[in-house]
Ligand binder design. Sequence first.
Ligand SMILES: [Zn+2]
Length: 380
Amino acid sequence: MKFMVDKKDRDSSARTGKLALKHGTVKTPVFMPVGTNATVKAMRNDDLEALGINMILSNTYHLYLRPGIDVIKKAGGLHSFMSWKHNILTDSGGFQVFSLTKFRKIESDGVLFRSHIDGSMHKLTPEKVVDIQNILGSDVMMVLDVCTGYDTEKREAEEALEITSTWARRSKLHWDSINKEKGSLWGIVQGNFYEELRKRSAEELISMDFPGYAIGGLSVGEPFQVFTHFLRYTAELLPVEKPRYVMGIGTPEYILEAVESGIDLFDCVFPTRTARNAMAFTYSGTVSLKRESNKYSTKPIDSTCNCTTCRNYSRSYLRHLFNTREILASILTTHHNLYFIMKLVEDIRNSIEEGRFINFKREFLSNYRKENAKDDRNIP
Ligand SMILES: [Zn+2]
């Protein structure tokens, strides 16, 4: 793995760069669509390629439970299993263990949990999570961490941070002992919403010298201003020469904020999940395609969007597809939402290259917020 910063913005921490990975070079900042079950829902791989997507995220927790790591190992890894030629980042499963399972118990060597699918008991250790991602053949892998929610007491957040640091150290040792060539293992900064703990987490991880750093535990229900503050605070603690990744960011407001704070990679289910619920991005805000006002609309989702959905289909038709629960509704709207986000990130990269990022951000948001408040009420 190699990371190179190309251009730094004068007025903020925004930057462009290149992340060279096993399956090709990725231009940063980059948005990674989420392929939870080894598929970005409603999108074929060649549709993703046509949108210029060359890095996706997949979830270790879900793949470990279904189809099972033995199945993917037999297929020769996740790339060949899902027939994806480009890069894959996998998370550690920590977030899902802490958010999806009803029963979990942190033990000194790992986390015991009950599957949210069939109730079976499993145990993930830092070493096992590295081994699983190694079998998956991920280009970027994450260490197992302990996630805490908003409104967590400081003592509990501190305990979670201590375990996260211990597990990160063990993950790194294990990774160094098996294979350095296959992919790269990144650390995750935790510390909840306490500056002192964020700082401590970052310092401990930096001393372990990971090739890249993720900022975890944000976008977990906190107000936007709190998110912004902790994102900036944490990003500034991380080494400038290494890639920074923030997990769970997928709306224009959050993406622009992350980029301004010097973040290089982000992922989120938001653009694809909401598309399946009839919510579409437009340059003047989000709209619900199910709205009555779209019943006779011959206009596309966004008349300035150049995606194949907007070039060929009307809001009226899309509304009808959603109302009749047709599969095509999800396919067409997902395509539009991913096109919109990929175009936004491309525009962001260009604006940084041309030294006008802050202006771009201001202009984009002033249009985007125009209709948003009005349309938000109609989102199902
Ligand atoms: Zn479109």
